[in-house]
Design a protein around this ligand. Sequence first.
Ligand SMILES: Nc1nc2c(c(=O)[nH]1)N[C@H]1C(S)=C(S)[C@@H](COP(=O)(O)O)O[C@H]1N2
Ligand SMILES: [Mo]
Length: 413
Amino acid sequence: MKTDSNNDFSRRKFLKKGAIGMFATLLGSNIVFSKNLPKGIVPIGLEGDPKTIPGKSDELLILNDRPWNAETPAHLLDHKITPNKLMFVRNNGFAPRNIDPKKWTLTIEGEAAKTKKVYTLDELKTKFKTYSYQLTLECGGNGRNEFSPGAKGNQWTTGAVSCAKWTGVRLKDVLNDVGINSNAIYIGYYGADTHLSGDPKKVVISRGVPIKKALEDESLIAWQVNDEDIPLMNGYPLRLVMGGWPASVSGKWLKKIVIRDKVHDGPKMGGMSYRVPKNPVGPGTKVEEKDMKIIESMPIKSLITYPKTGAMVKGERTFEVRGHAWAGDLTVKTMHISIDFGATWQFCTLEPPVNRLAWQHWKTKVQLPMDGYYEIWARATDSKGNMQPMVVPGWNPKGYLNNACHRIAVKRM
Ligand SMILES: Nc1nc2c(c(=O)[nH]1)N[C@H]1C(S)=C(S)[C@@H](COP(=O)(O)O)O[C@H]1N2
Ligand SMILES: [Mo]
């Protein structure tokens, strides 16, 4: 036994040394005192100064700094089109460094591709027609913080969602240029980010969608957001954007797309990742892999972006309450708010989406009957009649798909 554990020890030591070597390669210089670096500590140099995220507003709420994960407080999502600096960041690994867009290529291949093609960024920009769409991207784990028992991972509250204007080429135009065989059923992506272990051979995340979703008009390979380069943390210089589905299918720092003859099986497609129980389970249930299914279209949800929670209202003043609502692949049909903890609900004005898969804006006027504490609750209903629940819905092992009503507090005084 003693020999075994000794072997174990030296093997671990070896792995640790190996990782440091790889970190040094990524940093581009020797880590001089590497032998003093405690196990599990990742060099700051890989992700920058731990207080500000490059290219992002310092008003984002940072949930993790290595790798960067940050959400947008609800009142900062008030813009109809989310500004680049305010788009949430969800990184599973380390963003690539020293990107040269002139040398960037995108490879399309796979067992269900007619051939293999490699495109430069310039080729993508000139060979295909360019399209712009406003697309809602929401992390599958948005709202995770409310589940009980809780799930590990970033404790997103309400702010892992954005709706910006993305510009690029249609994924279907590029896939058709390569040629899609009749046995194609799925696509998968690969990005240029680095695994947390520092091992350059390890894939951080490689997810995908059924070919039907990939071939929709709004599924983009994008190089711009809101008419600017994509911020590094959101996938510069190239990413997939597929609105309405968990944002984990929108691969950042896009290097390769595979056309598959089976459900894509890259890291974070299987197990408990981005999957929920096929049938409802009680909180805390241990669910077997075979009883889980991949999350596809996201559920109906809404956000109050004005006023900010905690707002003070003077007397009888009538004020506007507004926000956005979105419904995965569907549209939002009606929007209600309540100022009396759900006893009564009032209709809101609701705008149609600017294009398919964009969030919709709603607003209404509110007057509070007397001085005191109130909550405003918002509840959206989709085109199939699905309504946001007032309590946290369907518990699942990783805390996905919490679409409970958003609540804010206001005081009249
Ligand atoms: N290459 C790569 N793509 C990725 C990720 C990642 O870690 N690496 N994270 C995914 C997840 S889980 C989400 S929610 C979205 C977040 O997009 P954003 O950071 O631009 O808001 O990117 C997805 N694409
Ligand atoms: Mo995500």
